[in-house]
Design a protein around this ligand. Structure first.
Ligand code: TXA
Ligand code: MG
Length: 334
């Protein structure tokens, strides 16, 4: 059931977490499927609900930096700087885990992903749950494994059914998942690009950010099991194809009147002589990376819901601010 996130609903959700139940939770990035991070049985329900393999670790959401030492055994100086700069906000840090804590959530790994969300409803829930003994909340995106992340309460309901308690906190402002920085390898390593860019990370901590596959980053390290970093992910039912604006025009013109059940997300609505016809459903791709990130997952869902069989997407420019959007698009198309 979807509850408008007022004080009573937040108290009810905090109690549900304390009782070992799942809650659909709005954050500034995407909606999460939340459980008490230190309750292994509750966390196990997340994996079942999502159909997610149990060895894919979850992010633990905390109310503030005060909870970090409960979960992380050690926090390097550069990670402290990143928390100071970006928390609360859409940044997840992978840190060495306190032995014996949140084992199920960590998928058995020796590290733990921590994030302090800025969404007022997420903050209110984390604060309300603390005195009930819920020290942190594990929450992957609230979608079935491999599918498109939800950015509204209605999306969560359509993914996970009517029985789940979902707090409605409106549409997510950011729209793509948090930037993930691995802080266990001596230098910051980018595991998943997001709203907070590589350049912002580097400026805040004064270190170069390594790519996850760079030789320095992988030297002697086991590859982390990161589902959001699998090549194929965020997949709508329709087949996604990425193209340049020119390619779109050429292909549309070639199809002509045969274009059918085709979704198109591009900057400019094609003219009739550029192949635009009644079989093409066009949605506008925003010119800024921020707005496009905000729209991305709901556009994919929307086109899916309207029954298109293919989604053609104009691939945004290969510039730093578009890294997060391009990453999600490439994996939606893989
Ligand atoms: O914005 C977000 O991060 C959203 C909202 C709900 O907070 N959450 C999210 O969770 O995207 P999820 O489970 O869909 O993606 C979490 C990613 C996965 O790629 C997971 O493998 C990685 O974080 N991760 C979590 N803990 C990790 C760890 N200890 N080591 C390496 N990767 C980890
Ligand atoms: Mg996810």
């Amino acid at each position: 059931m979807i509850l408008s996130a007022n004080e009573a609903a937040i108290a009810q959700a905090a109690q549900a977490l304390c009782d070992g139940q799942l809650v659909g939770l709005p954050t500034e990035t995407v909606y999460g499927l939340a459980a008490n991070a230190t309750d292994d049985a509750a966390v196990a329900k997340i994996f079942v609900a999502k159909g997610r393999p149990a060895d894919h670790p979850l992010i633990v959401h905390v109310a503030s930096r005060d909870q970090v030492p409960l979960f992380a055994a050690q926090v390097p100086e550069f990670a402290q700087a990143l928390m100071a700069a970006f928390w609360p906000g859409p940044l997840t840090l992978i840190l060495p885990r306190q032995p014996g804590v949140a084992t199920a959530s960590a998928g058995g790994q020796g590290s733990i992903g921590l994030r302090c969300p800025s969404h007022p409803v997420a903050q209110a829930l984390l604060q309300a749950a603390l005195p009930l003994g819920v020290l942190g909340v594990s929450a992957p995106s609230a979608n079935r494994f491999g599918r498109v992340s939800p950015t509204s309460a209605a999306h969560v309901k359509s993914e996970l059914g009517p029985d789940l308690l979902i707090l409605d906190g409106g549409d997510c402002a950011v729209g793509i998942e948090s930037t993930i920085i691995d802080c266990t390898r001596g230098e910051p390593v980018l595991l998943r690009p997001g709203h907070i860019t590589r350049a912002q990370i580097e400026a805040a901590c004064g270190r170069a950010v390594l790519d996850k596959n760079s030789p320095q980053a992988v030297l002697g390290q086991p590859a982390p099991r990161a589902s959001g970093t699998l090549e194929s992910h965020y997949a709508p039912r329709a087949k996604v194809r990425l193209m340049s604006a020119d390619e779109i025009t050429h292909k549309l013109q070639a199809l002509g009147p045969h274009a059918n059940n085709l979704g198109l997300w591009s900057a400019k609505r094609p003219a009739t002589d550029e192949g635009m016809g009644s079989g093409v459903l066009w949605l506008e791709q925003a010119a800024t990376a921020e707005q496009a990130a905000h729209d991305l997952f709901s556009v994919l869902r929307d086109l899916d819901a309207r029954g298109v069989t293919q989604i053609w997407v104009q691939l945004p420019p290969d510039t730093p601010e578009w890294e997060g959007v391009r990453d999600r698009l490439q994996r939606a198309a893989a």
